[in-house]
Unconditional design. Structure first.
Lengths: 253, 313
């Protein structure tokens, strides 16, 4: 017997894709394909290797950007959370980064870093890093005082208190920051490919739009969303493995 | 028939809504002069600038706009949208520009080239060059916007690209010692054209006639005397509000454009339609043998024919 949550997920998928199919059949616009047409296009692109080549291109800035954002973001976030002067120094940068209208700033990035990989990695990082840093810092700063005091009462070293109390206690918020940051990173990767130079999945989207092959266009968008969802689910699994008992309801399953 | 078209159709009877594919700039000055002339004949209009051609096409498709800017051949063929082109605004006049290392197109065999977008106009130009000269470019990279490709060229990120007339002239004026413009054959296909929903055109015949007639008269006057654009530009209109340097450059811009053959004095018509079908087939926008495609499936000639009949051939 499948679990209730799986059934609910399946039901919401059926409702969503059903609505898509109906909207495509009306059609709401000449430029809106049905769900089945889009899935056919997806299958075709998967079989002829277009998708594989596109993802080989798109995943590069995405993976580098997300890796930098996650590692550096959590490290900076911890530091900001632990030291007050560092908070004063660095928090404003990330608040500004988070609020910046990135699409409008892309020409500036291109001017400085050119049209290659570096600019695209930057776009991913600018999208992903602030929320990771700010969430981590906030979570660390808000570790219950009583827990830290208990650590000290048991003669724990500063290292013990950080590794055994602060990080586990902050883990749910750190992971929710990671989830938000990484999904923003996916958005950044596609934004970069649409706005800087069309490569990979961004190229499929712009090219199929320019030749009015809307089924391929929507299937490429669908594929990147699907990939993001799968990745975020894996991240939740990682969180549950690493910090069992500390999940506190953020990671649903 | 999409629902939105039906709903929007009723509201659009008075004012025609024009979807521009870019914000008003010197390139659009002639178009706005034509709008002023049409307004004097009683045409009511409003315009919205979209950030790119695809959005303008979508807005016309969905019925939120009446007349759009662009060359929506693929949309007409693949999505079977009932839209038709009525006037060719400008021809695809693009120029291969390279560093001093190359002097002829033949030299570009195997050389990487920077183009606008895959399947776009400059991509087609590159295909035709390869086809006619029997060469093969090296890797093609894509950077939308001639101005951005000039930046890439200047910063040494590219050695060869294809750019539009205005940017070519600017580049050669400022950095003519570093770059070559390679000689190229003429192209009659459209870069920008005006299109609209066929039902809407037929339902608003009078407004469309006024508009096309105004365009044709401006395009002809401009070919005879390019300074007419600067003289007739409304100082309170969107072009009149542009910075003084741009307004001062209007005469040069249009003189060079007219000399470069950018504007057809008869609004393109059947000749342009035929050239477009061949061109956009090569570009990969249209499928099938271009000689079997019917120009009537893509263009609606009546307003232009009536305007030519009225203004004389």
């Amino acid at each position: 017997m499948p679990s209730r949550s799986l059934l609910l997920k399946l039901a919401s998928a059926v409702i969503f894709f059903g609505a898509w199919e109906i909207a495509g059949r009306i059609p709401v616009s000449y430029a809106f394909p049905t769900f089945i047409e889009s899935m056919e296009a997806l299958g075709r692109m998967a079989l002829d290797g277009t998708l594989v080549r596109a993802y080989a291109e798109t995943l590069r800035p995405l993976a580098i950007g997300v890796a930098i954002s996650a590692l550096l973001g959590i490290a900076i976030g911890l530091w900001i959370g632990l030291t007050e002067w560092f908070d004063w120094l660095f928090s404003p940068i990330f608040v500004v980064m988070q609020a910046a209208p990135l699409a409008a700033l892309i020409p500036l990035l291109v001017m400085v870093y050119g049209i290659g990989l570096t600019s695209k990695v930057f776009v991913v990082c600018i999208m992903a890093m602030p929320v990771i840093v700010l969430n981590t810092a906030g979570a660390v700063r808000n570790t219950p005082h009583s827990l830290k005091e208990m650590g000290r009462a048991f003669l724990g070293s500063r290292r013990d208190i950080i590794l055994k109390i602060i990080i586990p206690s902050a883990s749910p918020i750190i992971f929710s920051g990671l989830r938000l940051g990484i999904s923003a990173g996916f958005i950044g990767a596609i934004l970069a490919e649409l706005k800087i130079t069309p490569t990979g999945v961004g190229d499929i989207i712009t090219f199929s739009r320019s030749i009015a092959d809307y089924a391929s266009m929507y299937s490429a968008i669908f594929s990147i969303i699907a990939l993001a969802v799968i990745f975020l689910n894996l991240l939740e699994k990682l969180e549950r493995t690493l910090f069992e008992g500390n999940v506190r309801g953020y990671a649903s399953d | 028939m999409p629902l939105i078209v039906g709903l929007a159709g009723a509201a659009s009877a008075e004012k025609i809504r024009i979807a521009l594919a870019e914000t008003p700039s010197d390139e659009l000055a002639a178009f706005f002069v034509a709008l002023e002339r049409a307004k004097a004949k009683g045409l009511e209009y409003e315009w919205t600038a979209f950030s790119d051609e695809e959005l303008a096409i979508q807005a016309v498709l969905s019925g939120q706009m009446d007349i759009g800017f662009g060359t929506p051949y693929a949309v007409m063929q693949r999505a079977k949208a009932p839209i038709r082109i009525i006037f060719q605004l400008s021809k695809l006049r693009f120029f291969p520009v390279t560093t001093k290392d190359y002097t002829r197109l033949e030299d570009l065999n195997g050389v990487p080239i920077l183009l606008h977008s895959r399947g776009g106009g400059t991509d087609a130009i590159a295909n035709v060059i390869e086809d006619r000269l029997g060469i093969k470019f090296g890797e093609r990279s894509y950077v939308p916007g001639s101005a951005n490709r000039v930046v890439a060229l200047l910063s040494g990120q590219a050695v060869a690209t294809i750019i539009d007339l205005a940017n070519k002239n600017k580049l050669m004026r400022e950095h003519g010692d570093k770059f070559n413009v390679l000689p190229m054959f003429d192209v009659d296909a459209s870069d920008e054209a005006l299109f609209a929903n066929l039902d809407w055109i037929k339902a608003n015949e009078k407004a469309v006639d006024i508009f096309v007639e105004a365009l044709l008269s401006v395009w002809r006057d401009m070919n005879d005397d390019p300074t007419v654009i600067a003289r007739e530009t409304n100082p309170d209109g969107p072009i009149g509000q542009l910075p003084k340097e741009i307004l001062d450059g209007l005469d040069d811009f249009y003189r060079e454009a007219v000399e470069g053959g950018l504007y057809d004095r008869d609004g393109g018509g059947r000749k342009a339609a035929r050239a477009d079908l061949e061109w956009y087939s090569l570009a990969g926008q249209l499928q099938g043998d271009p000689s079997e495609l019917k120009i009537e499936d893509f263009w609606y000639f009546e307003p232009l024919d009536r305007a030519i009949a009225k203004l004389g051939g």
